[in-house]
Design a binder for this molecule. Structure first.
Ligand code: URP
Ligand code: ZN
Ligand code: ZN
Length: 463
Protein backbone atom coordinates (compact mmCIF):
# COMPACT_ATOMS: atom_id res chain seq x y z
CA UNK A 1 0.00 0.00 0.00
CA UNK A 2 0.97 3.62 -0.42
CA UNK A 3 0.75 6.09 2.41
CA UNK A 4 1.61 9.76 2.69
CA UNK A 5 2.22 9.44 6.42
CA UNK A 6 2.66 6.60 8.89
CA UNK A 7 2.33 7.25 12.62
CA UNK A 8 4.55 4.51 14.01
CA UNK A 9 4.69 2.60 17.25
CA UNK A 10 2.20 4.56 19.35
CA UNK A 11 -0.47 3.34 21.73
CA UNK A 12 -3.70 3.94 19.84
CA UNK A 13 -6.53 4.97 22.15
CA UNK A 14 -10.13 5.20 21.00
CA UNK A 15 -13.34 5.52 23.01
CA UNK A 16 -13.49 1.72 23.25
CA UNK A 17 -10.00 0.25 22.76
CA UNK A 18 -6.32 0.67 23.56
CA UNK A 19 -3.75 -1.14 21.42
CA UNK A 20 -0.30 -0.86 19.87
CA UNK A 21 -0.53 -0.05 16.16
CA UNK A 22 0.70 2.08 13.31
CA UNK A 23 -1.71 4.39 11.49
CA UNK A 24 -1.32 4.79 7.73
CA UNK A 25 -2.70 7.98 6.20
CA UNK A 26 -3.38 8.57 2.53
CA UNK A 27 -4.59 12.00 1.52
CA UNK A 28 -6.98 13.33 4.11
CA UNK A 29 -8.14 10.06 5.62
CA UNK A 30 -6.94 7.06 7.60
CA UNK A 31 -6.16 4.28 5.12
CA UNK A 32 -4.95 1.50 7.39
CA UNK A 33 -4.38 0.63 11.04
CA UNK A 34 -1.99 -2.28 11.66
CA UNK A 35 1.35 -3.57 12.85
CA UNK A 36 4.62 -2.67 11.09
CA UNK A 37 2.99 -0.70 8.28
CA UNK A 38 5.23 0.12 5.34
CA UNK A 39 4.58 2.31 2.35
CA UNK A 40 5.52 1.22 -1.19
CA UNK A 41 6.26 4.85 -2.04
CA UNK A 42 8.32 7.30 0.04
CA UNK A 43 6.32 8.69 2.93
CA UNK A 44 6.75 10.71 6.10
CA UNK A 45 7.06 8.67 9.29
CA UNK A 46 6.14 10.09 12.68
CA UNK A 47 7.62 8.25 15.65
CA UNK A 48 4.96 7.87 18.34
CA UNK A 49 6.72 5.28 20.50
CA UNK A 50 6.01 5.86 24.19
CA UNK A 51 3.16 8.19 23.22
CA UNK A 52 -0.61 7.90 23.04
CA UNK A 53 -2.39 8.48 19.76
CA UNK A 54 -5.98 9.70 19.94
CA UNK A 55 -8.61 11.08 17.56
CA UNK A 56 -8.53 14.89 17.40
CA UNK A 57 -10.49 16.72 20.04
CA UNK A 58 -13.82 18.30 19.11
CA UNK A 59 -14.80 21.45 20.97
CA UNK A 60 -18.51 21.84 20.29
CA UNK A 61 -18.83 25.26 21.95
CA UNK A 62 -16.62 28.20 20.95
CA UNK A 63 -17.36 31.87 20.25
CA UNK A 64 -14.58 33.25 18.06
CA UNK A 65 -14.65 36.96 17.18
CA UNK A 66 -18.06 37.31 18.82
CA UNK A 67 -19.44 40.85 19.22
CA UNK A 68 -20.62 40.69 22.84
CA UNK A 69 -20.75 42.84 25.97
CA UNK A 70 -19.70 45.98 24.10
CA UNK A 71 -16.56 44.46 22.57
CA UNK A 72 -15.51 41.54 20.34
CA UNK A 73 -14.02 38.33 21.72
CA UNK A 74 -10.29 38.56 21.14
CA UNK A 75 -9.65 35.14 19.62
CA UNK A 76 -10.72 35.31 15.99
CA UNK A 77 -11.04 32.38 13.62
CA UNK A 78 -7.27 32.49 13.05
CA UNK A 79 -5.86 32.70 16.58
CA UNK A 80 -8.71 30.61 17.98
CA UNK A 81 -8.10 27.72 15.59
CA UNK A 82 -4.31 27.96 16.03
CA UNK A 83 -4.94 27.64 19.75
CA UNK A 84 -7.27 24.71 19.02
CA UNK A 85 -4.59 22.91 16.99
CA UNK A 86 -1.98 23.42 19.70
CA UNK A 87 -4.41 22.02 22.23
CA UNK A 88 -5.13 18.94 20.09
CA UNK A 89 -8.57 20.14 18.99
CA UNK A 90 -9.09 19.49 15.29
CA UNK A 91 -12.72 20.58 14.98
CA UNK A 92 -14.49 23.49 16.62
CA UNK A 93 -18.19 24.28 16.49
CA UNK A 94 -18.96 28.00 16.57
CA UNK A 95 -22.30 29.77 16.21
CA UNK A 96 -24.08 31.67 13.43
CA UNK A 97 -26.55 34.11 14.91
CA UNK A 98 -29.84 34.99 13.27
CA UNK A 99 -30.30 38.69 12.64
CA UNK A 100 -33.82 39.03 14.07
CA UNK A 101 -35.05 40.67 10.84
CA UNK A 102 -33.59 37.96 8.59
CA UNK A 103 -33.55 34.22 8.20
CA UNK A 104 -31.13 31.64 9.56
CA UNK A 105 -29.23 31.02 6.31
CA UNK A 106 -28.26 34.71 6.07
CA UNK A 107 -26.52 34.44 9.44
CA UNK A 108 -24.83 31.20 8.42
CA UNK A 109 -23.52 32.62 5.15
CA UNK A 110 -22.19 35.71 6.92
CA UNK A 111 -20.44 33.63 9.58
CA UNK A 112 -18.86 31.33 6.98
CA UNK A 113 -17.46 34.35 5.17
CA UNK A 114 -15.78 35.39 8.40
CA UNK A 115 -14.46 31.92 9.17
CA UNK A 116 -13.43 30.39 5.83
CA UNK A 117 -10.36 32.53 5.04
CA UNK A 118 -8.98 32.22 8.57
CA UNK A 119 -9.59 28.76 9.99
CA UNK A 120 -6.56 26.51 10.56
CA UNK A 121 -8.59 23.43 11.59
CA UNK A 122 -12.06 22.25 10.56
CA UNK A 123 -15.14 23.95 11.89
CA UNK A 124 -18.89 23.61 11.97
CA UNK A 125 -21.66 25.93 13.08
CA UNK A 126 -24.71 25.82 15.28
CA UNK A 127 -27.50 28.10 14.07
CA UNK A 128 -28.70 30.53 16.77
CA UNK A 129 -32.43 31.29 16.67
CA UNK A 130 -33.27 34.73 18.06
CA UNK A 131 -36.69 35.31 16.51
CA UNK A 132 -38.79 32.17 16.37
CA UNK A 133 -41.76 32.10 13.98
CA UNK A 134 -43.39 29.82 11.40
CA UNK A 135 -41.00 30.89 8.62
CA UNK A 136 -37.99 30.04 10.80
CA UNK A 137 -39.56 26.70 11.63
CA UNK A 138 -39.79 25.95 7.89
CA UNK A 139 -36.27 27.28 7.29
CA UNK A 140 -34.90 24.84 9.87
CA UNK A 141 -35.31 22.07 7.28
CA UNK A 142 -33.19 23.96 4.79
CA UNK A 143 -30.52 24.56 7.43
CA UNK A 144 -30.50 20.89 8.41
CA UNK A 145 -30.14 19.85 4.76
CA UNK A 146 -27.26 22.33 4.45
CA UNK A 147 -25.44 20.37 7.17
CA UNK A 148 -26.36 22.16 10.38
CA UNK A 149 -28.63 19.97 12.53
CA UNK A 150 -28.18 21.87 15.82
CA UNK A 151 -29.93 25.09 16.80
CA UNK A 152 -29.05 27.21 19.79
CA UNK A 153 -31.57 29.11 21.89
CA UNK A 154 -30.92 31.31 24.90
CA UNK A 155 -33.18 31.59 27.93
CA UNK A 156 -31.27 34.78 28.90
CA UNK A 157 -29.69 37.78 27.14
CA UNK A 158 -32.94 39.69 26.75
CA UNK A 159 -31.20 43.05 26.26
CA UNK A 160 -28.89 41.57 23.58
CA UNK A 161 -32.03 40.52 21.71
CA UNK A 162 -30.99 36.86 21.81
CA UNK A 163 -33.54 35.51 24.29
CA UNK A 164 -36.20 32.95 23.39
CA UNK A 165 -39.30 32.74 25.55
CA UNK A 166 -40.89 29.50 26.74
CA UNK A 167 -43.33 29.35 23.83
CA UNK A 168 -40.48 29.61 21.31
CA UNK A 169 -38.47 26.94 23.11
CA UNK A 170 -41.49 24.68 23.33
CA UNK A 171 -42.33 25.11 19.69
CA UNK A 172 -38.75 24.61 18.49
CA UNK A 173 -38.39 21.44 20.56
CA UNK A 174 -41.70 20.26 19.14
CA UNK A 175 -40.27 20.81 15.65
CA UNK A 176 -37.19 18.71 16.41
CA UNK A 177 -39.35 15.70 17.17
CA UNK A 178 -40.18 15.71 13.44
CA UNK A 179 -37.28 17.36 11.63
CA UNK A 180 -34.31 15.46 13.09
CA UNK A 181 -32.61 18.48 14.70
CA UNK A 182 -31.43 19.09 18.27
CA UNK A 183 -31.92 22.27 20.29
CA UNK A 184 -28.91 23.46 22.33
CA UNK A 185 -30.06 25.63 25.21
CA UNK A 186 -28.33 28.15 27.47
CA UNK A 187 -30.51 27.52 30.51
CA UNK A 188 -30.61 30.25 33.13
CA UNK A 189 -33.58 32.06 34.61
CA UNK A 190 -33.47 35.63 33.28
CA UNK A 191 -36.20 37.24 35.37
CA UNK A 192 -34.94 36.07 38.76
CA UNK A 193 -31.34 36.78 37.76
CA UNK A 194 -32.28 40.36 36.80
CA UNK A 195 -34.03 40.74 40.14
CA UNK A 196 -30.90 39.60 42.00
CA UNK A 197 -28.59 41.77 39.88
CA UNK A 198 -30.76 44.79 40.76
CA UNK A 199 -30.60 43.75 44.41
CA UNK A 200 -26.77 43.58 44.52
CA UNK A 201 -26.03 46.53 42.23
CA UNK A 202 -26.27 49.15 45.01
CA UNK A 203 -23.67 47.08 46.97
CA UNK A 204 -21.31 46.62 44.03
CA UNK A 205 -18.31 48.26 45.74
CA UNK A 206 -18.70 46.05 48.79
CA UNK A 207 -18.81 42.77 46.85
CA UNK A 208 -16.67 43.52 43.78
CA UNK A 209 -16.58 40.64 41.29
CA UNK A 210 -18.08 38.31 43.91
CA UNK A 211 -21.43 39.99 43.24
CA UNK A 212 -21.57 37.65 40.25
CA UNK A 213 -21.75 34.72 42.57
CA UNK A 214 -24.41 36.38 44.69
CA UNK A 215 -26.62 37.29 41.74
CA UNK A 216 -26.36 33.88 40.05
CA UNK A 217 -27.02 31.24 42.72
CA UNK A 218 -27.44 27.61 41.64
CA UNK A 219 -31.22 27.82 41.37
CA UNK A 220 -30.86 30.30 38.49
CA UNK A 221 -29.56 27.43 36.38
CA UNK A 222 -31.50 24.59 38.02
CA UNK A 223 -34.91 26.23 37.56
CA UNK A 224 -34.30 26.90 33.87
CA UNK A 225 -32.92 23.41 33.26
CA UNK A 226 -35.95 21.89 34.97
CA UNK A 227 -38.28 24.02 32.84
CA UNK A 228 -36.70 23.24 29.49
CA UNK A 229 -36.45 19.53 30.34
CA UNK A 230 -40.20 19.62 30.90
CA UNK A 231 -40.68 21.10 27.42
CA UNK A 232 -38.48 18.34 25.98
CA UNK A 233 -40.48 15.70 27.81
CA UNK A 234 -43.89 16.83 26.64
CA UNK A 235 -42.84 17.61 23.06
CA UNK A 236 -40.60 14.57 22.57
CA UNK A 237 -37.92 16.96 21.24
CA UNK A 238 -34.16 16.57 21.34
CA UNK A 239 -32.45 18.75 23.94
CA UNK A 240 -28.81 19.55 24.67
CA UNK A 241 -27.93 21.77 27.62
CA UNK A 242 -24.78 23.81 27.06
CA UNK A 243 -22.20 24.78 29.72
CA UNK A 244 -23.99 23.07 32.61
CA UNK A 245 -22.41 24.32 35.84
CA UNK A 246 -24.28 23.07 38.92
CA UNK A 247 -24.70 19.81 40.80
CA UNK A 248 -28.47 20.38 40.90
CA UNK A 249 -28.74 20.66 37.13
CA UNK A 250 -26.57 17.56 36.65
CA UNK A 251 -29.01 15.71 38.88
CA UNK A 252 -31.98 16.95 36.83
CA UNK A 253 -30.33 15.75 33.62
CA UNK A 254 -29.73 12.33 35.16
CA UNK A 255 -33.36 12.12 36.35
CA UNK A 256 -34.63 13.08 32.90
CA UNK A 257 -32.43 10.48 31.23
CA UNK A 258 -33.84 7.84 33.63
CA UNK A 259 -37.30 8.83 32.40
CA UNK A 260 -36.25 8.35 28.77
CA UNK A 261 -36.27 12.05 27.89
CA UNK A 262 -33.81 12.86 25.11
CA UNK A 263 -31.60 15.27 27.03
CA UNK A 264 -27.83 15.45 26.84
CA UNK A 265 -25.52 18.00 28.39
CA UNK A 266 -21.99 19.35 28.37
CA UNK A 267 -19.94 20.93 31.09
CA UNK A 268 -16.70 22.94 30.80
CA UNK A 269 -13.23 22.86 32.39
CA UNK A 270 -13.85 26.13 34.26
CA UNK A 271 -16.66 24.44 36.21
CA UNK A 272 -14.53 21.36 36.84
CA UNK A 273 -11.18 22.83 37.84
CA UNK A 274 -12.10 26.15 39.44
CA UNK A 275 -14.50 27.31 42.12
CA UNK A 276 -16.10 30.62 43.04
CA UNK A 277 -13.31 31.56 45.46
CA UNK A 278 -11.56 32.98 42.36
CA UNK A 279 -13.88 35.99 42.47
CA UNK A 280 -12.53 37.05 45.86
CA UNK A 281 -9.18 38.08 44.37
CA UNK A 282 -9.50 41.89 44.29
CA UNK A 283 -7.16 42.28 41.29
CA UNK A 284 -7.98 39.26 39.13
CA UNK A 285 -11.40 38.09 40.30
CA UNK A 286 -13.30 39.86 37.55
CA UNK A 287 -11.29 38.05 34.84
CA UNK A 288 -13.14 34.81 35.67
CA UNK A 289 -16.60 36.23 35.00
CA UNK A 290 -18.40 33.97 32.60
CA UNK A 291 -21.96 32.95 32.13
CA UNK A 292 -23.13 30.76 33.83
CA UNK A 293 -20.96 31.60 36.78
CA UNK A 294 -18.25 29.32 38.20
CA UNK A 295 -19.81 27.52 41.13
CA UNK A 296 -18.64 25.77 44.30
CA UNK A 297 -16.27 22.87 44.97
CA UNK A 298 -19.21 20.53 45.66
CA UNK A 299 -20.66 21.38 42.23
CA UNK A 300 -17.35 20.45 40.59
CA UNK A 301 -17.34 17.13 42.43
CA UNK A 302 -20.89 16.34 41.25
CA UNK A 303 -20.00 17.33 37.68
CA UNK A 304 -16.98 15.00 37.70
CA UNK A 305 -19.21 12.19 39.02
CA UNK A 306 -21.76 12.88 36.27
CA UNK A 307 -19.03 12.81 33.60
CA UNK A 308 -17.64 9.57 34.96
CA UNK A 309 -21.09 7.96 35.08
CA UNK A 310 -21.90 9.09 31.53
CA UNK A 311 -24.73 11.39 32.60
CA UNK A 312 -22.92 14.38 31.16
CA UNK A 313 -21.53 13.29 27.82
CA UNK A 314 -19.27 16.08 26.56
CA UNK A 315 -16.68 18.50 27.89
CA UNK A 316 -16.59 21.65 25.75
CA UNK A 317 -15.02 25.01 26.56
CA UNK A 318 -17.42 27.86 25.77
CA UNK A 319 -14.28 29.70 24.65
CA UNK A 320 -15.15 33.39 24.47
CA UNK A 321 -11.83 35.11 25.02
CA UNK A 322 -11.54 38.55 26.55
CA UNK A 323 -8.13 39.92 27.49
CA UNK A 324 -7.34 41.96 30.60
CA UNK A 325 -7.91 45.25 28.80
CA UNK A 326 -11.37 44.16 27.71
CA UNK A 327 -12.15 42.80 31.17
CA UNK A 328 -11.05 46.15 32.65
CA UNK A 329 -14.19 47.65 31.10
CA UNK A 330 -15.95 46.56 34.27
CA UNK A 331 -14.34 49.39 36.27
CA UNK A 332 -15.70 47.98 39.51
CA UNK A 333 -19.23 47.29 38.23
CA UNK A 334 -19.94 43.54 38.05
CA UNK A 335 -22.71 44.08 35.47
CA UNK A 336 -20.19 45.44 32.95
CA UNK A 337 -17.62 42.63 32.81
CA UNK A 338 -17.40 40.98 29.37
CA UNK A 339 -18.48 37.38 29.98
CA UNK A 340 -16.15 34.66 28.85
CA UNK A 341 -12.62 33.29 28.90
CA UNK A 342 -10.09 31.46 26.74
CA UNK A 343 -10.20 27.65 26.89
CA UNK A 344 -9.93 25.67 23.66
CA UNK A 345 -6.16 25.27 23.98
CA UNK A 346 -6.37 23.81 27.48
CA UNK A 347 -9.42 21.57 26.97
CA UNK A 348 -7.59 18.28 26.45
CA UNK A 349 -4.86 18.94 29.04
CA UNK A 350 -7.34 19.94 31.74
CA UNK A 351 -9.64 16.94 31.24
CA UNK A 352 -6.74 14.52 30.74
CA UNK A 353 -4.87 15.69 33.86
CA UNK A 354 -7.80 16.02 36.26
CA UNK A 355 -9.76 13.13 34.72
CA UNK A 356 -7.25 10.44 33.74
CA UNK A 357 -4.10 11.21 35.75
CA UNK A 358 -6.16 11.85 38.87
CA UNK A 359 -7.83 8.47 38.22
CA UNK A 360 -11.42 9.63 37.88
CA UNK A 361 -11.86 7.72 34.63
CA UNK A 362 -9.99 5.78 31.95
CA UNK A 363 -8.12 7.04 28.95
CA UNK A 364 -10.88 5.61 26.74
CA UNK A 365 -13.50 7.54 28.65
CA UNK A 366 -11.41 10.70 28.18
CA UNK A 367 -11.47 10.10 24.41
CA UNK A 368 -15.27 9.67 24.60
CA UNK A 369 -15.73 12.98 26.38
CA UNK A 370 -13.54 15.13 24.18
CA UNK A 371 -13.85 13.43 20.80
CA UNK A 372 -16.15 10.46 20.20
CA UNK A 373 -19.22 11.71 22.08
CA UNK A 374 -19.03 15.21 20.58
CA UNK A 375 -18.80 13.62 17.14
CA UNK A 376 -21.73 11.28 17.80
CA UNK A 377 -23.97 13.87 19.42
CA UNK A 378 -23.25 16.56 16.90
CA UNK A 379 -23.69 14.47 13.76
CA UNK A 380 -20.01 14.15 12.83
CA UNK A 381 -19.34 10.47 13.56
CA UNK A 382 -17.47 8.51 12.17
CA UNK A 383 -15.98 11.16 9.88
CA UNK A 384 -14.63 12.75 13.07
CA UNK A 385 -14.16 11.39 16.59
CA UNK A 386 -12.77 8.02 15.50
CA UNK A 387 -9.50 6.39 14.56
CA UNK A 388 -10.85 4.09 11.89
CA UNK A 389 -10.24 3.37 8.23
CA UNK A 390 -12.10 6.01 6.21
CA UNK A 391 -12.28 8.56 9.03
CA UNK A 392 -10.66 11.95 8.58
CA UNK A 393 -7.01 11.76 9.61
CA UNK A 394 -7.49 14.12 12.56
CA UNK A 395 -4.96 12.62 14.93
CA UNK A 396 -3.26 13.86 18.08
CA UNK A 397 -0.10 12.50 19.69
CA UNK A 398 0.37 13.11 23.38
CA UNK A 399 3.17 12.28 25.78
CA UNK A 400 1.13 10.71 28.58
CA UNK A 401 3.30 11.89 31.49
CA UNK A 402 4.89 15.13 30.31
CA UNK A 403 3.49 17.96 32.41
CA UNK A 404 3.98 21.65 31.96
CA UNK A 405 2.94 24.65 33.92
CA UNK A 406 0.25 26.64 32.14
CA UNK A 407 1.59 30.06 31.27
CA UNK A 408 -0.51 32.33 29.08
CA UNK A 409 2.69 33.69 27.50
CA UNK A 410 3.32 30.28 25.92
CA UNK A 411 -0.20 29.78 24.62
CA UNK A 412 -1.34 30.60 21.09
CA UNK A 413 -4.63 32.11 22.22
CA UNK A 414 -4.85 35.88 21.77
CA UNK A 415 -5.14 36.55 25.47
CA UNK A 416 -2.88 37.89 28.19
CA UNK A 417 -4.16 35.68 30.99
CA UNK A 418 -5.33 32.10 31.50
CA UNK A 419 -7.91 30.81 33.96
CA UNK A 420 -5.56 27.87 34.53
CA UNK A 421 -2.36 29.92 34.93
CA UNK A 422 0.23 28.06 37.02
CA UNK A 423 -1.54 24.68 36.95
CA UNK A 424 0.66 21.67 36.13
CA UNK A 425 -1.09 19.96 33.22
CA UNK A 426 -0.18 17.03 30.97
CA UNK A 427 -1.89 16.17 27.71
CA UNK A 428 -0.81 19.02 25.45
CA UNK A 429 -0.54 17.91 21.85
CA UNK A 430 2.97 17.13 20.74
CA UNK A 431 1.76 16.52 17.20
CA UNK A 432 -1.61 17.37 15.67
CA UNK A 433 -2.75 16.26 12.24
CA UNK A 434 -5.77 17.87 10.64
CA UNK A 435 -7.09 15.82 7.69
CA UNK A 436 -3.64 14.29 7.21
CA UNK A 437 -1.69 17.53 7.43
CA UNK A 438 0.68 18.09 10.34
CA UNK A 439 -0.46 21.37 11.91
CA UNK A 440 1.43 21.03 15.19
CA UNK A 441 4.96 19.63 15.39
CA UNK A 442 6.92 19.34 18.65
CA UNK A 443 4.19 21.43 20.25
CA UNK A 444 4.61 24.33 17.80
CA UNK A 445 1.97 25.44 15.30
CA UNK A 446 3.12 24.70 11.73
CA UNK A 447 -0.24 24.79 9.92
CA UNK A 448 -1.77 27.25 7.50
CA UNK A 449 -4.47 29.83 7.68
CA UNK A 450 -7.40 28.68 5.54
CA UNK A 451 -6.54 24.97 5.78
CA UNK A 452 -9.67 24.33 7.85
CA UNK A 453 -12.95 23.52 6.13
CA UNK A 454 -16.59 23.89 7.03
CA UNK A 455 -17.88 20.42 7.93
CA UNK A 456 -21.42 19.42 7.14
CA UNK A 457 -23.15 17.38 9.83
CA UNK A 458 -25.94 14.81 9.83
CA UNK A 459 -29.31 15.12 11.51
CA UNK A 460 -31.09 12.37 13.45
CA UNK A 461 -33.54 10.52 11.26
CA UNK A 462 -35.36 11.59 8.09
CA UNK A 463 -35.32 15.30 7.27
O1 URP B 1 -19.78 33.92 29.24
C1 URP B 1 -19.99 33.34 28.19
N1 URP B 1 -20.27 32.09 28.27
N2 URP B 1 -19.94 33.97 27.02
C2 URP B 1 -20.40 33.49 25.80
C3 URP B 1 -21.89 33.53 25.64
C4 URP B 1 -22.57 32.34 26.24
O2 URP B 1 -23.48 32.49 27.03
O3 URP B 1 -22.20 31.21 25.92
ZN1 ZN C 1 -24.29 30.54 26.97
ZN1 ZN D 1 -21.34 29.98 24.87
Amino acid sequence: MNFDTIIKGGTVVTASDTFQADIGILGETIACIGINLKSDAPCQEIDASGKIVIPGGIDVHVHLQLPFCGTVSSDDFLTGTKAAARGGVTTVIDFAIQDAEKGLMAGIEARMQEADPKVCVDYALHSIITNWNEAIKREMTEVIKFGIPTFKMFMIYEKEGWQSDDAALFSALEATAKNGARICVHAESEKVMSHLIAKYLPEKEKHGAYAHVLSRPNYIEAEAVQRVIKWAEVTGGRLYIVHLSTGEAAHLVWEAQQMGIDVQAETCPQYLLLDDEVFKDPDRGHLFATCPQIKKQEDSERLWEALTAGELTIVATDTCTFDTKQKAMWDGDFTKIPFGMPGVETLLPSVYTAGVLEERFSLNHFVSLISANPAKLMGLYPQKGALAVGSDADVVIIDPQKKKEVDWQELATNCDWSPFQGMELAGFAETTLSRGKVVVKDGAFVGNQGHGKFVKRQAWGEV
